[in-house]
Design a protein. Structure first.
Length: 167
């Protein structure tokens, strides 16, 4: 199973954390070929993608949130308040979604063959996000103006979780 990217959105629809392990498939990024590995990361946790600017990665986060928001609303209108949007799949990728009671949204994009990652996203929230971000007295409770999660322990633990547990 391959994990392409991971996003965390706060209750104000701001992307407070994003991490890309592999560039997404060609049809998403708009390129004709997909590199097989990309392990370098920048200081902000985003892997550099050739010929892609920082503005484009911000746009990706906005597009992903818009897609999740629209699908979540559609599911609730068609199925009722008790129904939840969990995942959707295209021919190129699979998007997994988990929302906490405090409206923190976790989104993971994986390859098509991966099983449901709802439990993994819940574990990331409970074991990593709560432990290293929420319980950290130096971490801000709100993330205005794009100030996101900047916690080295969280980033290292997430990297270990994705490479060891989900591999």
């Amino acid at each position: 199973m391959t994990v392409y990217s991971f996003y965390i959105f706060d209750r104000h629809a701001e992307c407070i954390y994003k991490r890309r392990w592999l560039p997404r498939p060609a049809s998403i990024v708009g390129k004709s070929s997909r590199p097989t590995s990309d392990t370098l990361t920048a200081a902000n946790g985003i892997a550099p993608v050739p010929n892609q600017s920082a503005r484009s990665t911000d746009d990706d986060a906005k597009l992903i949130f818009g897609t999740v928001f629209a699908l979540r609303n559609m599911v609730r209108k068609l199925g009722g308040e008790d129904d939840n949007f969990v995942t959707y799949r295209t021919s190129q990728y699979k998007l997994h979604y988990y929302e906490t009671l405090t409206n923190i949204k976790f989104v993971m994009i994986t390859d098509v063959k991966s099983p449901s990652m709802r439990v993994a996203l819940q574990q990331i929230y409970i074991n990593l996000y709560v432990e290293y971000v929420v319980k950290n007295p130096l971490s801000p409770t709100e993330h205005p103006g794009g100030v996101g999660v900047n916690n080295e322990l969280f980033e290292q633990s997430l990297e270990q979780f994705v490479t060891r547990v989900l591999a």
